[in-house]
Design a protein around this ligand. Structure first.
Ligand SMILES: [Zn+2]
Length: 224
């Protein structure tokens, strides 16, 4: 009996291993760029919210910003690693991380970029699309110029991958992008209050597209 149970478990594990869906062509791995091992740029990916801080949420059907940002950050890390970048995550599990702590993680590392991931909500259910924020502390601020360039680069690739509506690149004083010492952007990847977009955002496949867009946009920024 024990033996047959063991055998059945083995068989179902094997079936599972062989029944994993093949990667669709549109989701083929990003090309690998060989930076010298000690010279790989470090990118900080910041999954917004976490722990007690749920971020934007929608009850029916259940949908939480903190979960979507984490999924997206982990996927973006994977794709950036494939492209040859080192990645530091401000959180890799469902924990609360304060805003100053997030900035501290970026500023005490030797990172070259900071990308914060969020999802939007609005009292207007029609509001939808992607927008990316950067901060300009003063006119002709060099960091702001680089941040804007990074925002434009990520927006272009995000739109290409997701076919979402562009709400553009905007200036804002959000703490994490204001206090980071390196070029920094905050990505709002879509509205959980819009029924159509919420349905997409609940799918891992769609978050994967956003993650690929972020990775490709960061890569273009470095090479542009
Ligand atoms: Zn948020």
């Amino acid at each position: 009996m024990l033996f047959s149970l063991f055998f059945a478990a083995l068989l179902s594990a094997a079936t599972f291993a062989f029944s994993l869906p093949a990667q669709p062509a549109a989701h083929a791995p990003l090309s690998y760029t060989a930076y010298p091992l000690n010279d790989r740029p470090i990118v900080v990916i910041d999954a917004g919210h976490g722990g007690l801080d749920l971020g934007a949420r929608f009850r029916h059907p259940f949908c939480e910003e903190k979960r979507m940002t984490l999924t997206c950050a982990l996927l973006a890390k994977k794709y950036l690693n494939q492209l040859g970048y080192k990645v530091i995550l401000t959180r890799s599990t469902d924990v609360f991380v304060s805003l100053p702590r997030r900035v501290h993680i970026a500023n005490q590392s030797r990172c070259t970029l900071f990308v914060s991931l969020h999802f939007n909500s609005s009292s207007n259910a029609d509001a939808n699309g992607v927008e990316i924020f950067y901060c300009e502390k003063e006119k002709e601020d060099r960091r702001a110029k680089s941040s804007r360039k990074l925002a434009q680069s990520i927006l272009g690739d995000l739109l290409q991958k997701t076919k979402a509506k562009s709400r553009g690149v905007k200036k804002e004083n959000f703490f994490v992008i204001r206090e980071s010492r390196v070029p920094a952007v905050l990505v709002e990847g879509g509205f959980i209050t819009n029924p159509y977009e919420r349905n997409l955002l609940k799918q891992r496949q769609y978050l994967d597209k956003i993650a690929r867009g972020v990775a490709a946009g960061v890569d273009k920024y470095f090479k542009g």
